[in-house]
Design a protein around this ligand. Structure first.
Ligand SMILES: Cc1cc2nc3c(=O)[nH]c(=O)nc-3n(C[C@H](O)[C@H](O)[C@H](O)COP(=O)(O)OP(=O)(O)OC[C@H]3O[C@@H](n4cnc5c(N)ncnc54)[C@H](O)[C@@H]3O)c2cc1C
Length: 440
């Protein structure tokens, strides 16, 4: 049977990719009575997604799914957030915990992506979306300049809708096909490699100073990624740990090292290894992250098409933060709102869909990315990656060391450590860059 003789499969909206961006968009659209197709190349939603992550801003989904954390597969509520600077053999941490965080909707929780993504896509299905799995979208279909559907790698043919939402993740094939995103450079993308390690719940609570459902995230800067630009992380789940390194692809190639060797090295660090003792590796995975934020932002829409989540480069990575799931959900919901308005007006033109960008400009999605736009290049600078973590650790060691010799005051100790590692001019320059990137 040729394409023309088949009944045309028409929807109100097509969403490509059942990650957090796509499933949120499909859920919101289905709830408003739209006929939605949610297409996922994986065997099930989440099958292709790297597991073990922190979901921040959990309230975003609450208007559609009130108190969803009582039912959703969430692991632990984040009550402790730690930032650790590593040198080869020492560590300095800023360790924050608050009782204010001790409620589900306040700060976030850890999740395992295959379980959570599957659950969220299930909610979209319950609301009436048609989830089509094991199906790759290969191309967009056009009428003149307007996108009117997608070409799928499947027998039943192509799907049509006046609006397509691209939620196909990092390095989006669809955004590039539509001419909205350029080819991305290797210094704009990072590779995240991660392991999930089994460790019983009681041991996790004792070892990480947690009670009951409490959980923590620890972001690492410095030696966690060796000499390669990047960082490490360690998150607590109910009875597993998620540990990984996130490294710049250009820097990996330049230093000629393998990402999983860096993860092994990180796991063996004296400040990390005791936290992992007796754990068993359950799973290993790798995935790309578009980490350059504002600098790699594509055009977000054209007639008949909106781009969301990682496909649009909505990842907020500043060393202090690694957030993408909440940006994906917020942009998926904004895309759904825009699609609903376009249906009401019967107008799917580029001009009408430009409302999507304005909606994101008034939310944290584009505001955070713009405000912290200098952070990605600052955090990946050579001195921030290798020199300052080393200085912080060495200064702490000299301050705390008690060996019977007279001590210098703190300022002199720090200046002594810095000597030969960083000049005063570089320090002033970095101070200015830090202030521009993170402070003011
Ligand atoms: C190691 C690592 C750790 C991370 N940790 C965190 C964290 O702790 N907190 C946080 O907020 N963020 C974290 N992130 C970032 C976060 O994972 C992403 O920002 C988020 O998943 C983006 O969601 P998305 O829906 O846009 O894309 P994805 O989750 O990537 O979903 C895209 C979906 O589209 C499907 N797809 C792709 N192409 C096609 C196609 N052609 N046809 C059909 N389907 C297709 C894919 O199979 C996938 O299911 C981490 C990322 C990595 C790699």
């Amino acid at each position: 049977m040729n394409q023309k003789s088949q009944a045309r499969q028409q929807f109100d909206a097509i969403v490509v990719g059942a990650g957090p961006a796509g499933s949120s968009a499909a859920l919101a659209l289905a709830r408003s009575g739209q006929r939605v197709a949610l297409i996922e190349r994986g065997e099930y939603a989440g099958a292709k997604n790297v597991s073990g992550a922190a979901l921040y801003a959990p309230g975003l989904l609450a208007p559609l799914l009130p108190n969803y954390w009582e039912e959703a597969p969430v692991e632990r509520y984040l009550t402790r957030r730690v930032l650790t600077f590593l040198s080869r053999d020492s560590a300095v941490s800023i360790d924050f915990r608050s009782n204010h965080f001790n409620q589900p909707s306040y700060n976030g929780f850890t999740i395992l992506r295959p379980k959570f993504d599957r659950w969220l896509a299930g909610k979209a299905q319950e609301a009436g979306a048609l989830l089509i799995t094991s199906t790759v979208v290969d191309d967009l279909l056009y009428e003149g300049e307007r996108v009117i559907g997608v070409r799928c790698r499947r027998e039943q043919g192509d799907l049509y809708a006046p609006i397509v939402i691209a939620a196909d993740g990092a390095n989006s094939f669809l955004a590039k096909k539509a001419g909205l995103q350029r080819e991305l450079r290797a210094d704009e993308m990072t590779l995240g490699v991660k392991e999930v390690l089994r460790l019983d719940a009681r041991t996790i609570e004792e070892r990480f100073n947690l009670n009951g459902d409490e959980g923590m995230t620890n972001e690492y800067l410095g030696y966690s990624s060796g000499e390669v630009k990047g960082g490490g992380f360690l998150y607590t789940n109910r009875d597993t740990l998620s540990i990984g390194v996130v490294v710049q692809i250009a820097s990996l190639a330049e230093k000629k090292v393998r990402a999983y060797d860096l993860l092994d090295q990180f796991k063996q660090h004296p400040a990390v290894a005791p936290l992992l003792r007796d754990s068993v590796t359950l799973e290993y995975s790798a995935h790309m992250i578009p980490e350059s934020g504002w600098a790699m932002l594509p055009k977000l829409s054209r007639a008949g098409l909106l781009v969301t989540g990682d496909a649009a480069g909505f990842v907020f990575a500043t060393g202090l933060f690694l957030e993408g799931i909440n940006f994906a959900i917020a942009s998926g919901l904004a895309a759904a709102e825009t699609a609903k308005e376009a249906h009401t007006d019967g107008d799917f033109s580029a001009r009408s869909l430009d409302r999507y960008r304005r909606r994101l400009e008034s939310s944290f999605v584009l505001q955070d990315l713009k405000r912290f736009r200098h952070a990605p290049s600052f955090v990946t600078s050579e001195r921030m990656q290798n020199v300052y973590p080393e200085i912080i650790c060495e200064a702490a060691e000299r301050i705390f060391r008690s060996d019977g010799t007279p001590r210098y005051k703190l300022g002199r100790t720090i200046l002594n450590v810095m000597r030969g590692k960083v000049s005063l001019l570089s320090l002033l320059r970095d101070g200015w860059r830090a202030s521009r990137a993170l402070f003011f």
